[in-house]
Design a protein around this ligand. Structure first.
Ligand code: NAG
Ligand code: NAG
Length: 588
């Protein structure tokens, strides 16, 4: 990989510092280290958080490797005759699909050669849904016809969805190959005299495809409405696809999604807010992510803001978040013009005209919401706000309409989730049943704790289970911190050091940067990081290392306990106050 100069510079600066930092906590360097991590990295961190947030909430899809249904590359494949609609109808439809963040394949290449290209065939196989735009000249293109044959093959073999659009053509002309379609086939029969069976396959394909229910541009007018109807239909059909990740994190989640949906009353036209409340690690974000994925297509605009608390503490903080929110929802480029834009009356008016779904995840104060949206009455009819928090008082201060408390998983679901992570299946392995029951009973129904503990026992011998059980029993307190600590204690020195560095300094940073960073400290970074991922202690999403807040807090607590009274005796310092005190008191 070729690094940009900025990266190289940054990495080597950090490397140098870390080399020293690994040797001893030399005071001036310490403050530089602090300066570097806090100041220099801010840009990068901000970028990474942006990436994190713009991602299609992949956090909520299967993070473990055992997902069963193959994930396809495209959600929609557009089949059309370039000469007829490339520059008008299809381009508008394509844009509308992209605006809804639907992964769409479109081939703007001019067709040459005899066959459709292998990459096109691959794209067809790699798509969930096909929109076939029948226009006057569709059948005159043998590439279009070949494409259609392949599409119908995938429909038959994999049950993929085909949606025909009759664009300025009569469906019966397509179906029975009359009018312009008859002319096209007369030419084909002439040209392909020697392989009439191929021409017959094309005819059959047209007949079959045109027989499917589709949209007719002569019925739905104007074109803008036609496009809107098609996009809605596409969203609806894609939403109905079985999700490939319901075997993983989403155990026991269906009934909760339904409960939240009923609190949201999506059908009613008022503005409504729902607060989701529960302890850390209980799965609020996962749950709200699933709700968001399910219903966001029913709104004119939607946005999911992760980590409101963490973001609001960063440089730029809430103002940056507000600009990002506006840019995502209003979708225009004026947002970067500074704070006057975000405060402008015009912007608030525009916001108030849209039916929106906004999720604020991990909110710690009602003022955060006030800074981000000026108030619920600023939103358009039918809008919905979802706020998650650990603190019920925050929801009261925000005056949400409904509060939903996320309870622990039922015993059955807890067992299922645990077994998925410990054995890769929904029930316990033979011989492990009794121990599994005991662990689950001890941990209770807190998904994070279940996942972390189960992962630490994955493919471990019975003896390891036994000794872990003994630890639980000594440590009878059910505090989640203490449960999670057991997994930390099970790490080797190398993994523990990496874990603590990530908890103290490196959470949210680029994985390659972190590897460079740690390699200098003589850690076995590659194996260490992959071990931490396997143990569910960190996750890597879009090249960024993330760690649950609770795990981070635990890591920092471990470091703090190295010397609870004297920060100078700790292995790592991350808080500027501690660093300042250590430097000024010279207690190092
Ligand atoms: C769309 O554009 C093509 C040329 O690119 C043109 O032949 C066709 O008539 C246009 N369709 C409509 C409906 O205007
Ligand atoms: C067309 O659809 C009808 C029912 O909707 C079905 O009976 C018929 O077999 C279909 N024809 C073709 C060619 O698929």
């Amino acid at each position: 990989m070729i690094k940009q100069p900025h990266d190289t510079l940054l990495t080597s600066a950090l490397n140098t510092l870390l080399t020293f930092y690994g040797l001893l906590l030399f005071p001036p360097l310490l403050s530089i280290l602090d300066y570097v991590t806090r100041a220099l990295l801010t840009d990068r961190v901000a970028d990474h958080f942006k990436n994190l947030k713009s991602m299609e909430l992949s956090l909520f899809s299967a993070s473990s490797s055992s997902s069963n249904a193959p994930a396809l590359k495209y959600e929609v494949f557009l089949s059309f005759r370039g000469g007829d609609t490339r520059y008008n109808f299809t381009s508008h439809l394509h844009e509308a699909l992209c605006n809804k963040k639907i992964q769409t394949f479109i081939d703007y290449e001019l067709r040459r050669g005899d066959e459709i290209s292998p990459s096109l065939i691959k794209a067809i196989e790699d798509s969930h849904l096909y929109i076939v735009i029948f226009s006057q000249g569709y059948a005159s293109s043998r590439w279009c016809l070949d494409e259609l044959v392949k599409i119908l093959e995938c429909k038959k073999m994999y049950g993929r969805i085909v949606m025909p659009i009759f664009y300025e053509v009569d469906p019966s002309h397509v179906r029975h190959q009359t009018e312009s379609f008859a002319d096209a086939f007369a030419a084909h029969e002439q040209r392909f005299k020697d392989c009439l069976d191929k021409v017959q396959r094309w005819k059959d394909a047209l007949k079959e495809a045109a027989n499917l229910s589709g949209s007719d541009s002569r019925v739905i007018k104007p074109e803008s409405l036609l496009i809107k109807a098609i996009v809605e239909d596409v969203l609806k059909r894609l939403n109905e696809l079985p999700s490939s990740d319901d075997t993983n994190d989403l155990v026991g989640i269906d009934s909760r999604i339904q409960e939240i949906e009923s609190l949201l009353c999506i059908e009613t036209n008022d503005v409504r807010s729902v607060g989701i409340w529960g302890i850390g690690g209980i799965g609020k974000t996962t749950l709200v992510g699933a709700v968001y994925n399910k219903i966001s297509c029913q709104f004119e605009g939607s946005h999911f803001i992760e980590n409101v608390r963490e973001e609001s503490e960063q440089n730029g903080g809430l103002n940056g978040l507000r600009r990002e929110l506006l840019s995502a929802i209003l979708g225009d480029g004026n947002v970067d013009r500074g704070s006057s834009f975000a405060a402008s009356n015009f912007v608030n008016k525009r916001l108030g005209r849209k039916k929106l779904l906004i999720v604020f995840d991990d909110v710690t104060s009602s003022t955060q919401i006030e800074s981000l949206i000026r108030g619920l009455n600023c939103l358009g009819f039918g809008s919905r706000i979802i706020i998650t928090t650990r603190d019920k008082q925050v929801l009261k201060n925000c005056r949400v309409d409904q509060i939903y408390k996320v309870d622990e998983l039922s015993n059955d679901d807890a067992l299922k989730l645990f077994c998925l992570y410990a054995f890769g299946q929904k029930c316990s392995k033979e011989d492990y049943e009794e121990m599994t029951n005991r662990v689950v009973e001890y941990v209770g129904g807190v998904p994070l704790a279940l996942k972390v503990l189960a992962s630490s026992l994955f493919e471990k011998k019975k003896e390891v289970w036994e000794s872990s059980m003994k630890k639980f029993e000594v440590n009878l307190d059910k505090d989640i911190h203490k449960i999670l600590r057991i997994s930390y204690d099970g790490l080797d020195d190398n993994e523990q050091n990496i874990f603590l560095d990530i908890a103290c300094f490196l959470k949210g940073k680029d994985v390659n940067l972190v590897k460079d960073f740690l390699d200098v400290c003589d850690f076995f970074t590659e194996v260490g990081i992959s071990a931490l991922v396997d143990k569910s202690l960190i996750t890597i999403t879009k090249n960024t290392i993330t760690m649950h807040d609770l795990l981070q807090a635990m890591g920092r607590e471990i470091v703090r306990q190295e010397s609870s009274t004297d920060p100078g005796k700790r292995s790592r310092l991350w808080h500027h106050k501690d660093i300042y005190n250590v430097l000024t008191d010279n207690t190092l």
